[in-house]
Design a protein around this ligand. Structure first.
Ligand code: URA
Length: 435
């Protein structure tokens, strides 16, 4: 049956369900330039208000996948896996998990994004390794995955281009924080990237997109449904992002912390998350060949995962000497400490405020074209539950640019709450879904 763009917009305004043909025609028309920005903007707002059900969300995802190239990983032969984090402060999990999974004989051919907002994305972090190249041709990308089992590169421009165009509109029409639109956006890129098994790390808390566990669960369930409808084994965890993950927030400082973790000297929360995610992903991808938690721990303690990271850095033209001496990573010119004004226990370290401090120091970008300062960031000295004396260091701010650090100092200071008693500890992994 013939329908017009007007019909599609009117249907969603009235809260009616779209057919997949309607969604496909809207997305294809937009990419082709036949549907205008203002029409898609109106549809996005109606979709946010009236919702999209699971069929519509899957149809939107598939239309965005089909708008560009898809990566066929079947020629790699091995068990292909991918992981996605919805983003959090100090989240350098990918830098540890990718080589760890490769050392467990899984294949991780991962496309990653740059950060927009508080700190850099995985690609920005990797670029702080001198020489490291994230711009690989499709052939280089596949060849490296085949040879060493892991590769992390920047997303090609033609991966889900409809998502790119629609995301730019969402950004300026107050339609980013809408669960079906986020789920379709994330999953279109994961599905186009080709892995057979996908692990979603959905963050929940002050430093995350999803501020509470209920919305984190809803996002995870929606993404699991989309992945399964597309024939991918998809599982999810909800992990805590009320305080930053690990102690380092920034770019080169996070790479240094990831290296420490691959050497078995990382902060306990980051180490625990990486071991748990690796174990869940290995067992989901190869249920018939289960791998124990102890075996995963051995891959870290034996140096096998670190060796994979070395191979990956060298294959991507980076200086792997940073693994032996992290002072070869870009170092900040300036530093300033933030001190406790009272004694007691740390009861909160607001992740968003720490992230904002890092961004103000130059670790993030507010516009796509902004340059980041790879050395900028925040090094936490205390986390929730730690005891502190007045005058003790809470955090150290580091940066190299010509900036005034006062706003960052205020943001970092206000992130810490100190009380008379240690709070009850919260589990890092709050839920597991899709198992
Ligand atoms: N990340 C994405 O890729 N898409 C969204 O919509 C939100 C976060």
């Amino acid at each position: 049956m013939a329908f017009t763009v007007h019909d599609i917009l009117y249907a969603k305004r009235k809260g009616l369900k779209h057919s997949s043909e309607e969604i496909k025609s809207l997305v294809n028309g937009y990419v082709a330039g036949d549907v205008a920005d203002y029409q898609v903007s109106a549809w996005l707002m109606a979709a946010c208000i009236n919702g999209l059900d699971s069929d519509e969300t899957s149809a939107l995802t598939q239309a965005m996948v089909d708008s560009g190239e898809t990566i066929d990983l079947s020629s790699l032969g091995g068990t292909t896996v991918d992981k996605h984090s919805t983003g959090g402060i100090g989240d350098k999990t990918t830098l540890v998990l990718v080589p760890l999974l490769a050392s467990a004989s899984l294949t991780v051919a991962k496309m990653s994004g740059r950060g927009l907002g508080i700190t850099g994305g995985t690609i920005d972090k990797l670029e702080s390794i001198p020489g490291f190249s994230v711009n690989l041709s499709k052939e280089q990308f596949l060849d490296q995955a085949r040879r060493i089992g892991c590769v992390v590169a920047g997303q090609t421009a033609n991966l889900a281009p409809a998502d790119k165009k629609i995301y730019a509109l969402r950004d300026v029409t107050a339609t980013v924080d809408c669960i079906p639109l986020i789920a379709a956006s994330v999953m279109s890129k994961k599905i186009a990237s080709g892995a057979k098994t996908i692990l979603l790390d959905v963050k929940s808390g002050s430093g995350a997109f999803m501020k509470d566990i209920e919305s984190a669960r809803e996002l995870a369930d929606t993404m699991i449904d989309i992945g399964r409808a597309a024939g991918r084994r998809t599982i999810a965890v909800i992990s805590d992002m009320d305080q930053p993950l690990g102690l380092a927030v920034g770019n080169s400082v996070e790479v240094a912390e990831a290296i420490d973790t691959l050497k078995g000297n990382g902060p306990s929360d980051l180490t625990e998350l990486c071991i748990e995610l690796a174990s869940l992903l290995c067992n989901a991808a190869c249920p018939e060949n289960g791998i124990s938690r102890t075996q995963i721990e051995e891959l870290l303690s034996s140096g096998a995962a670190l060796l994979k990271f070395r191979q990956m850095i060298e294959a991507q033209d980076g200086d792997s000497k940073v693994l032996d001496d992290t002072s070869l990573l870009p170092q900040a010119k300036f530093s300033l400490s933030v001190y406790a004004k009272s004694s007691g226990y740390i009861t909160a370290v607001d992740a968003e405020r720490i992230g904002r401090a890092a961004c103000l120091l130059g670790a993030g970008r507010s516009r796509k074209e902004d340059q980041i300062d790879p050395t900028a960031g925040v090094l936490l000295r205390k986390k929730i539950g730690d005891q502190i004396e007045a005058g003790e260091e809470l955090a150290v701010l580091v940066w190299s640019g010509n900036i005034s650090p006062e706003p960052a100092v205020l943001s970092a200071e206000s992130a810490f709450s100190i009380g008379a008693h240690a709070p009850e500890s919260k589990p890092l992994i709050q839920d597991k879904l899709g198992f």
